[in-house]
Write a protein of this length. Structure first.
Length: 321
C-alpha cells in the first residue's frame, strides 16, 4: 500500500491532497512537483552550498566513490551488500532512504524487497535527487512504479509516524543541520520493531592515533567524527556499532521500539539501605547532621529495618502529627 505524504509544516497525520501541479494540506500549505515529474518539493538546499548542490554533483560523487573503493581495495558490490544486510529486508517491505544521493543503493534494495516492496527515496539536494530519479531506468535498469522520490529535509520528514519497515541512511549525516533531530525523525517514521541503519565517516577509535589513521584524517577531516550514539532514542533495542571500509566509516543499526524500557522502578532493594530505583533517584532529602544520620542508621539496623523503610516511617509519623 502506497504511503502518503503529510505536511511537514503542520506535522499532522493528515494526508496531503493532490492538486494540478502539487500537493495541498487543509491549512493551505502547498508543495509543487518538480516540473515534468511527480516529485514533491517540501524543501531543498540552495545551489552551490556544498559538493552535493553543484552542477554535475552526481558525476563528481561517482568519481569520489570510485577513488574510495579503489583506495581501500573494496568491492562496491560487497560493501553495499554487507551494509544493507543490516536492514534485514524482506520481500514486500517498505523502506525510506534519507539522503539517497544519486541512488547507488536503489538497485540493491530493489532486489531485496521484490516487486511488492516500496522504496521512498528522499534527499535535500535537487541535483542529486533528480540524478537518482533519472538513473533508476537509464542506468540502474529498474523499471518499476513503486519507487517514490521527494525533496525534503531529513530533519523534518513529510511522513506519518510508524510508516516504514526500515529506514536507511549512509553518508552525509555528520554534516546535517541537526544530527539528533535527523535520528529522531528516522525513528519516528519507522514502525515499532522496525530497523534503523545509518552510517558515515568516522575512523574507528583504535586507529585515530596511529600513523595511518592520522594520514586518513589529514586527507579527509570528516574522519574525525565520533559515532553519534548519544543521539539514539532511549528506547532503541539491540544496538550494534560496526565499522566498514577499512574501519573508516561507522555503521549504527538497531531495532526501533515505541515502548519504554521494561524496568521495574519500584521494586524494593533487599538489604541495609533499601529503597527502589525511583525512590533513590527522586527521594533525596536535604542534608542532616552526620551524627544524627549515623544514629538513625544504627537504630534502623537494631529494629531490623532498611534505612529507607525506617526513614519513611519516621517522616510519615511526623507528618501525621
Amino acid at each position: 500500500m502506497r504511503i502518503n505524504y503529510i505536511c511537514p509544516d503542520c506535522k499532522k497525520n493528515e494526508v496531503l491532497k493532490p492538486s494540478n501541479d502539487g500537493l495541498l494540506c487543509s491549512q493551505d500549505h502547498s508543495f509543487r512537483f518538480v516540473e515534468g515529474t511527480e516529485i514533491p518539493i517540501f524543501s531543498f538546499q540552495d545551489d552551490n552550498v556544498n559538493e552535493y548542490s553543484i552542477k554535475h554533483a552526481a558525476e563528481i560523487h561517482d568519481n569520489s566513490l570510485d577513488w574510495l573503493f579503489k583506495t581501500h581495495h573494496i568491492s562496491e558490490d560487497k560493501f553495499r551488500e554487507d551494509v544493507l544486510s543490516k536492514l534485514h529486508l524482506q520481500d514486500g517491505q517498505s523502506i525510506l532512504i534519507t539522503g539517497t544521493g544519486a541512488g547507488n543503493d536503489l538497485p540493491y534494495i530493489s532486489k531485496k524487497i521484490g516487486k511488492l516492496g516500496e522504496i521512498y527515496a528522499q534527499d535535500f539536494s535537487m541535483q542529486m535527487l533528480l540524478s537518482a530519479h533519472d538513473r533508476v531506468v537509464n542506468k540502474y535498469g529498474i523499471n518499476r512504479d513503486n519507487i517514490y522520490f521527494s525533496l525534503s529535509d531529513a530533519v523534518n520528514l513529510p511522513f506519518k509516524d510508524d510508516s516504514f519497515d526500515a529506514v536507511y541512511h549512509f553518508g552525509g549525516i555528520n554534516i546535517f543541520s541537526d544530527i539528533r533531530k535527523a535520528i529522531t525523525e528516522m525513528d519516528r517514521v519507522v514502525k515499532d520493531s522496525g530497523r534503523v541503519v545509518f552510517g558515515d565517516e568516522g575512523v574507528a577509535p583504535w586507529l585515530k592515533e596511529t600513523e595511518i589513521g592520522q594520514m586518513l584524517i589529514t586527507n579527509n577531516p570528516l574522519y574525525t567524527y565520533e559515532v553519534p550514539l548519544h543521539y539514539l532514542p532511549a528506547t532503541a533495542r539491540d544496538v550494534q556499532v560496526n565499522w566498514t571500509i577499512n574501519n573508516c566509516y561507522y555503521i549504527v543499526s538497531y531495532n526501533s521500539s515505541k515502548d519504554e524500557l521494561l524496568v521495574n522502578k519500584d521494586l524494593a532493594h533487599k538489604g541495609t539501605r533499601g529503597g527502589s530505583i525511583r525512590t533513590r533517584h527522586f527521594g533525596k532529602l536535604e542534608g542532616i547532621n552526620p551524627e544524627l544520620r549515623e544514629n538513625l542508621y544504627s537504630d534502623a539496623l537494631k529494629k531490623g529495618k532498611s534505612r529507607v523503610e525506617y526513614l519513611e516511617e519516621i517522616i510519615t509519623k511526623g507528618l501525621e502529627k
